[in-house]
Design a protein. Structure first.
Length: 145
């Protein structure tokens, strides 16, 4: 007794369209996040200037660090780097410097007010990022309907 399936071609076509839509949504989300993170760079620089100690120009050095938006897989991140002084000030408020009078000996020093200097501007923009992604997804869904 032969079994016949009807509508298999339509089902296969619909599955292809759904996969294509999924890829389109992912690409669009990544692009929206990349654009929003690019716009966040000035806020991170302002945070560095206002929170990190200014003596010796450390705050200007950190604020002048290169910042880039990195896309890897399905993740988009904002990364700050300064090759000459990569370990000078991290997000935990610890900065590395030579001991006064002895440039050979380096120490780590905690500066508590500088904790989360990088995270605070990004976390305060979290809702704006979420709204941008939601708006983008809604635009795509409206286009599909």
């Amino acid at each position: 007794m032969p079994v016949e399936f009807r509508g298999a071609k339509e089902l296969r076509d619909m599955a292809q369209q759904m996969r294509r839509l999924s890829r389109d949504i992912q690409r669009a989300d990544e692009q929206v996040l990349q654009d929003e993170l690019e716009a966040l760079k000035p806020a991170v620089r302002r945070s560095a200037l206002s929170v990190i100690p200014g003596r010796g120009g450390l705050n200007r050095l950190i604020a002048g660090s290169g910042m880039q938006v990195v896309r890897r897989g399905n993740a988009v991140t904002l990364r700050a780097n300064n090759k000459a002084n990569i370990r000078r000030m991290n997000n935990q408020g610890i900065f590395r410097h030579p001991v006064f009078g002895n440039r050979e000996r380096w120490v780590n020093q905690l500066y508590a007010p500088a904790k989360k200097w990088f995270d605070n501007p990004t976390l305060s923009s979290e809702m704006r990022l979420r709204r941008a992604v939601d708006k983008n997804r809604q635009r795509i869904l409206d286009r599909v309907r």
